[in-house]
Each structure stands twice: as C-alpha cells, then as structure tokens.
Design a protein around this ligand. Structure first.
Ligand SMILES: [Zn+2]
Length: 135
C-alpha cells in the first residue's frame, strides 16, 4: 500500500497510506479542510559502491555480493558492539589468568622450605623492594 503526502490549505502536512483504488478519493486534514496530494521525490537507496574484497581480492558490486563474500570467507559484518564484547571477554580472560598466576605463586610459596618461606614473609613485611624477572 503506497504512502502519500498531503497538505491542507492551512499548510498542515500529513502522510496517509492509501490503496491504489483510493488514489482519487478526496482526503481531509485533521483540521477539517480539504487536502491536496503533494508530489514528493522518491527515496532511492543506492547500493554500496564497488570495492575489492580485502580478503580475496574479488570485486564486490552489491550488498548481496558483500554478504556472499563475508559468508564465503567465514566473516561477519562489523558492528560497534563487537568491540565492547571483545573488551569484556578480554577482561574476563585477564582476570582468569591473574587468578592462575596467584594460585601458582601461592603454591610455590607453600612448597618452599619453612625457613625460606619465613624469610620471604619477613622480607615482604619489612617492605623490601621486589624486582620481578620473567624468563
Ligand atoms: Zn489542516
């Protein structure tokens, strides 16, 4: 059902869905005055501009080809929310890794000979500067 734009002589503009059979039926504005149909430019949705697929170099000339290209290469359309979801997942992985590191350090300290462990605790309590070295 097409949508038509009308305007009454007071300048009130409104859109109305009408069946094609009602094309010539006079329309009345909410203010009660007769309304005339307005000619409006048609909105045309242009297809995407042509580009070369960054994945396999094929030319993409339409949205359909773009969808096909993404599907063929196991990709999805980028959406801004993906960045947030990835950041949340990364933070969760970092927290899990930190917990694992803490457990490993805790286990290593626990496995130390009692004298060495007491010495380490005393050093930490005295505020000794600790330098970490990764190998
Ligand atoms: Zn009116």
């Amino acid at each position: 059902m097409p949508i038509y734009t009308f305007a009454c002589e007071s300048g009130h503009a409104f859109d109305r869905y009408l069946k094609l059979a009602e094309y010539d039926v006079p329309q009345t504005c909410e203010c009660g005055k007769a309304a005339q149909r307005r000619i409006c430019p048609t909105m045309i949705a242009v297809d995407i501009p042509a580009y070369q697929s960054p994945i396999d170099g094929r030319w993409i000339n339409s949205r359909a080809q773009r969808q096909e290209d993404l599907k063929r290469n196991g990709c999805v359309e980028y959406e801004p929310s993906m960045k947030e979801h990835a950041a949340v997942a990364r933070a969760r992985e970092d927290a899990a890794l930190d917990a694992k590191v803490d457990d490993t350090v805790e286990a290593a300290i626990h496995a130390m000979p009692a004298r060495k462990r007491e010495q380490l605790i005393a050093e930490i309590d005295s505020g000794v500067d600790v330098e970490y070295t990764r190998v």
